[in-house]
Design a protein around this ligand. Structure first.
Ligand code: TRP
Length: 372
């Protein structure tokens, strides 16, 4: 029986088949032609080479516009419901690559309203506080302050509201129910919310008083919001936003199906100390054999190994080095313990530097934030 899976902004479950998802959502796979086109603007990012950013909408059109001198703006966001982990940082690092490569403006939305409305356990004060905490991680990645606007929905609502209600008037409840799978028990703020996530697609156009193309790098789970946006954009006098989608980021415990352990230590937070990071990596799921002898003989299982996934997604940008890790695992030459140590060294080197920049970011907040 084919495996069932669900992907919406509010529910991700099952084992995702990304080829099936591309068909279901009606997006386009990033193919060789697109990769070779993108490589003309600068070296291809590893997340493109490795098919982590794997799907798109209207990217050809967006690049045609760019080639004609019509620059786009980037838009991405974060729902501030808690601390940032490495999986969150990965698509943002890719967003920075896009900003650096194309030298374009970025709008970064912090949806304190969304997380307040969707989570019973969070107050608005808490989501707002998480918004400011999360912004430190965003700033620490090195976005250009001249080209980056970060905002909290509740602090930018006067600017957004007229466009939000124009969008809302074009969206039926039945669409929301079908797209997000909401039933009658959802509060009405949740039902309205997608109109708030729509507006930043148009902020650059609104600011400049003319139509400006927009590119949204995001996890593919966010695509349903923007399908709605794309349906109404032209009716509101804007271009449809283009998208570039990432696969959903791995957990240290593998997928639900692979993991037998309880769901602790599934992820590394950006504020974890050295000991904690070490423990989490030592406990990570690898799919290795039960004994050293067996693994030497049969080799490990990089296909399902979370350590290998971390290397692939972020921590081993060098393709040759990654291939060697893969081969040495497969052949049984390198065992999981050694491989975990290597990953730990790389993760900690990255995190130590990130934590310093994160502290310094406290003094830079005002360079990045926009408010009504
Ligand atoms: N809804 C997203 C979340 O819960 C946050 C978000 C807002 C976002 N705007 C976005 C994500 C644009 C990607 C792109 O995480």
């Amino acid at each position: 029986m084919p495996e069932e899976f669900t992907v919406t902004p509010y529910k991700v479950s099952g084992d995702i088949d990304y080829d099936v998802l591309v068909k279901r959502f009606g997006t386009k796979k990033i193919d060789e032609d697109m990769l070779s086109r993108l490589s003309k603007y600068g070296p291809l990012h590893p997340m493109l080479r490795r098919g982590i950013f794997f799907s798109q909408r209207d990217l050809e059109w967006l690049l045609d516009q760019y080639d004609k001198g019509n620059k786009f703006a980037l838009y991405t966001g974060r729902g501030p419901s808690g601390p940032i982990h490495l999986g969150h940082l990965m698509p943002w690092a890719f967003t920075k690559y896009l900003q650096d490569t194309f030298k374009v403006k970025l709008w970064f939305q912090l949806t304190d309203d969304e997380k307040f409305m969707f989570y019973d356990h969070l107050t608005l004060e808490e989501t707002k506080r998480w918004g400011y905490e999360n912004a430190l991680d965003i700033i620490a990645l090195g976005f250009d302050p001249e080209l980056t606007n970060i905002f909290l929905d509740t602090e930018y609502i006067s600017t957004m509201y007229p466009t939000a209600i124009k969008a809302a008037k074009k969206i039926n409840f039945s669409t929301i129910r079908a797209v997000f799978g909401f039933d009658n028990s959802y509060n009405i703020g949740s039902i309205f919310f997608t109109s708030i996530q729509t507006v930043p697609c148009f902020l650059e156009s609104m600011e400049r008083g003319k139509k400006v193309p927009c590119l949204i790098p995001c996890g593919i789970d966010q695509d349903p919001h923007f399908r709605i946006t794309r349906d109404i954009a032209e009716g509101l006098g804007f271009y449809k936003p283009a998208l570039i989608h990432a696969k959903l980021m791995p957990s240290l415990q593998g997928s639900e199906k692979m993991s037998t352990s309880t769901k602790t230590d599934t992820t590394i937070f950006t504020t974890d100390d050295k000991k904690t990071v070490k423990r989490k990596i030592v406990n990570a799921f690898t799919g290795g054999m039960v004994s050293v002898e067996e693994q030497r003989k049969k080799g490990g299982n990089p296909e399902i190994c979370s350590v290998h996934q971390y290397n692939t997604y972020f921590f081993e940008p060098d393709d040759k080095a990654l291939a060697k890790l893969y081969d040495d695992c497969r052949s049984g030459k390198m065992l999981c313990g050694e491989c975990k140590n290597l990953l730990f060294e790389k993760v900690w080197r990255f995190l130590e530097a990130h934590q310093k920049k994160r502290l310094q970011a406290r003094d830079k907040i005002e360079e990045f934030f926009v408010r009504d």
